[in-house]
Design a protein around this ligand. Sequence first.
Ligand SMILES: Nc1ncnc2c1ncn2[C@@H]1O[C@H](COP(=O)(O)OP(=O)(O)O)[C@@H](O)[C@H]1O
Ligand SMILES: [Mg+2]
Length: 308
Amino acid sequence: MDQAQQLRNIIKNSNKPQRPLARIITVTSGKGGVGKSNVSINLAVQFRKMGKRVIILDADFGLANIEIMFGTVPKHNLCDLIYQGKNIKDIITWGPEGVGFISGGSGISGMYNLSRDYLVYIIVNLAELDAIADIIIIDTGAGISSAVMEFLVASGEIILVTTPEPTSITDSYSLLKALNQSPRFSRENTKVKVVSNRVSSSDEGQQLFNKLNAVVARYLKLPLSYMGAIPQDQYLARSVMQQSPVSLQYPNAKSVKAFESIANQLMNPGSQEEVKQRGMAAFFSHIITGRKLSSRETAQGQSITSEN
Ligand SMILES: Nc1ncnc2c1ncn2[C@@H]1O[C@H](COP(=O)(O)OP(=O)(O)O)[C@@H](O)[C@H]1O
Ligand SMILES: [Mg+2]
């Protein structure tokens, strides 16, 4: 069986209910430095405490955030899978609390220029993550770059991190506007969930959401749901300096209570049911077919995937 056939089978099987598929949560923001990596890493720790297997994919190219915050140096990154023939299991680094992470390196942005054989190899490998993880958290870069958009349209579930700074709110709106205009975005298949970070009270967090929700409902008609607020917390800032997630370093800190509550909220049955679990193979096929294969491969009448 060649790799393309292998890929078709993986995607076909991933539609069958008996095959466990990872839940993919993409964390993003309109503006940089608003707390995406902290949200990714601390939700990961909270999900581990709930007994889930979690892998973070650090897709913020260039800025190796997750590894710095974990105080762990990964031996390999996605480039080694792509160019050195490493297996997906070889490039996962296991951090504290058994959270796995994969450093994207420049691998993801370079992916669009790869040949079809390479892409198939990558997708077949990434599909194995569905067997290794219950939840995959993708920590993206900020803003409206095309690479971030590709991740967002392929995601069933987006966590948008925003802060009370006026620029953060307007940048969040701009991001949602760009997402909404993207031809491949489907509001049925992608749920957008908002987290307010660095607030001085839970009221402020709720008001921040209400403000964003009001303009988004009015001009974009896009439903948003609110996952809660994380307070401004000096222990969180300190834990970043100490290269350890605040959830582990200062378990009684007020931000940790907030991460616990947001993780619970994401795990409640209502929040889980509305999300269509697609798994990694379908997720990456969506990205890659949209960017590259749609024109070239379909012209040859051999689309590598059957879109679900
Ligand atoms: N709730 C918070 N309380 C205090 N400081 C915070 C909080 N959230 C973020 N920060 C500060 O902002 C910095 C950037 O956070 P980070 O998660 O790296 O953002 P991003 O990934 O969006 O660029 C952190 O290093 C920390 O100092
Ligand atoms: Mg970051």
